[in-house]
Design a protein around this ligand. Structure first.
Ligand SMILES: [Zn+2]
Length: 179
């Protein structure tokens, strides 16, 4: 098999076992239209998702894939509620197994990926990986809403700095009780 040209779409369905056997390296993209859960949990997905994957056996004979996934999304800024662009990057360390039971025997450094039957939906596994790496909240780096507007109300220091006469009284009482 010849090396596929860069930036072509990755195959959707793979047999991890075969790719591990061949020590296959994959480099390509996943079209955003193929990732409906990601699309619905972001404002938008900017461009396609770039992926590199290397299939192999590790020293313990586990069938693994390591690599990297990278994309840009737009999330809602929690300050001004406008879209904010975020770069999402994640390192991949998958251990392929054929049952949940097998997954428990993998070292902690590997995320178990269960292939049921002869094929695996690679896009779905990648989508899971991306969703796990989405930030919970997003903000613009610049001050998109002025500080005064955002922290509305009185500054708390003004209140605290006032002398509390009762506190002084309590202190006096406390010292007299001790004697
Ligand atoms: Zn903002």
């Amino acid at each position: 098999m010849s090396i596929p040209p860069q930036k072509s779409a990755l195959p959707r369905r793979i047999d991890a076992r075969k790719l591990v056997q061949r020590e296959q390296q994959l480099e390509g993209t996943v079209p955003r239209d193929a990732l409906p859960r990601l699309v619905s949990s972001t404002e938008s997905v900017v461009g396609d998702v770039a992926v590199t994957l290397a299939f192999a056996r590790d020293l313990q004979r586990n069938q693994i894939a390591t690599g990297h996934v990278e994309l840009q999304v737009e999330l809602t800024c929690q300050r001004c509620l406008q879209p904010v662009r975020e770069q999402i990057e994640a390192d991949i360390a998958w251990g392929f197994v054929w049952s949940e039971e097998q997954g428990k025997n993998l070292p902690r450094s590997l995320d178990p990926v269960i292939q049921e039957g002869d094929e695996l939906d690679l896009y779905q596994v990648l989508e899971d990986e991306i969703l796990l790496n989405l930030p919970m909240v997003a903000y613009h780096e610049e001050e998109c809403v002025s500080r005064d507007e955002f922290h509305s109300g009185k500054a708390p220091e003004a209140v605290e700095q006032q002398e509390n006469p009762f506190k002084v009284l309590e202190q006096l009482k406390g010292s007299s009780n001790k004697s």
